[in-house]
Design a protein around this ligand. Structure first.
Ligand SMILES: Nc1ncnc2c1ncn2[C@@H]1O[C@H](COP(=O)(O)OP(=O)(O)O)[C@@H](O)[C@H]1O
Ligand SMILES: [Mg+2]
Length: 334
């Protein structure tokens, strides 16, 4: 039986760009699928097709057992989407906005009020709750929008990069709410640039690139496929990096990655602690002094790099947009 979110052979082109090139998905009810991929991979296009906002050129999809192309209105009634459906009304206060959503979904006045209060608190909007949304900063609006999508718990939810640009505290709050929703039976498709987030929240992960699913599995399965453990060495003297690389290449099962500025060398290995001892002895014999050495399991970042050939964009964003919004907020919060 197909899951709560099901897609088969989705294709969508924009002019010459084949944004989706045959995407298949199957998300069991009550689970979280993390959709990962570099910029331009087709994540948002997938979400737009599944939420009836965009017609694919071919392929089919079902959400909550309803055909997305044949019955878009019914699909819309069973889903929540952060960022697009949840239209924030500028002239209402944050609290009024959330209460209104609750009442639209047939909550009692009391229930809607309680849920609004709880969400405002959790997203750090309590103090601003009774100001009109038009006075909110970009970051506050984003949080209000997320809160609006979370007032009710629809059977199926889509979140397209929900935590991009949120500060760590609000990211944590959102993770908590997502976990509660899923414990309550909601099925969630989440796209994210933060691999740690997918690791933490997602039962299954699909990696997409150039409009195709290039890998799928649990986080552990993907990590195991990326080739077991890694030896990581920090050499003391920068000029000895090339000799260090030679040693690691001899013991490793793949290319040695070099991070010049941290003097850290990493290589996939098979053989565990015994091998680690061999590496240390070899480095020692060659007179290569080290500051640190260790054996670690691959992270989801390693998986991502080995599959797509580049790192996820998260790091850049952390210091860019996120910091920007925090500053912005400080001004407006006064
Ligand atoms: N409305 C559009 N018009 C033209 N090209 C688009 C449009 N939407 C997306 N694309 C292109 O389709 C590809 C996939 O985009 P998108 O799904 O937004 O990727 P992601 O969300 O993974 O970053 C990109 O090359 C993007 O430029
Ligand atoms: Mg996108």
């Amino acid at each position: 039986m197909p899951g709560a979110i099901y897609a088969e052979g989705l294709v969508k082109s924009f002019g010459d760009v084949r944004a989706l090139d045959g995407v298949d998905l199957d998300v069991p009810e009550g689970t979280v699928l993390g959709l990962l991929g570099p910029n331009g991979a087709g994540k948002t296009t997938t979400v737009r097709v599944l939420t009836t906002l965009l017609q694919p050129d071919s392929g089919r999809a079902e959400v909550a057992g309803i055909d997305v192309l044949k019955h878009p209105n019914e699909v819309r009634r069973s889903i929540g989407l952060s960022g697009q459906f949840a239209a924030v009304d500028e002239y209402l206060t944050g609290r009024e906005n959330l209460q209104m959503v609750g009442q639209l979904y047939q909550m009692s006045g009391r229930e809607a009020k309680a849920r609004a209060g709880e969400l405002l608190e959790r997203f750090g909007l309590s103090e601003a709750a009774d100001r009109t949304a038009k006075t909110y900063s970009g970051g506050m609006r984003r949080r209000l929008d997320l809160a609006a999508a979370l007032v009710v718990s629809p059977p199926v939810m889509f979140m397209d990069e929900p935590t991009t640009g949120l500060d760590p505290r609000n990211r944590q709050a959102l993770w908590g709410i997502i976990q509660e929703l899923v414990a309550g039976g909601t099925t969630l498709l989440l796209t994210t640039q933060y691999l740690e987030e997918a690791d933490h929240l997602a039962h299954d992960i699909c990696v997409i690139d150039h409009g195709r699913v290039i890998a799928r599995g649990t986080s552990d399965e993907l990590k195991a496929r990326t080739g077991g453990e890694r030896v990581e060495v920090v050499v003391h003297d920068r000029t000895l990096i090339p000799s260090g690389v030679e040693v690691l290449a001899r013991h490793g099962k793949g290319e040695v990655a070099v991070a010049e500025h941290t003097r850290k060398l990493t290589v996939p290995v098979v053989g565990g602690a015994k091998l680690l001892a061999d590496v240390i002895r070899d480095l020692d014999e060659r007179g290569i002094e080290i500051d640190d050495i260790g054996l670690r399991r691959p992270t989801l970042d390693d998986v991502f790099i080995s599959l797509t050939g580049h790192a996820a964009e998260a790091g850049e964003d952390e210091n860019g947009e996120g910091a920007e919004q925090t500053r912005d907020e400080k001004e407006k919060d006064k």
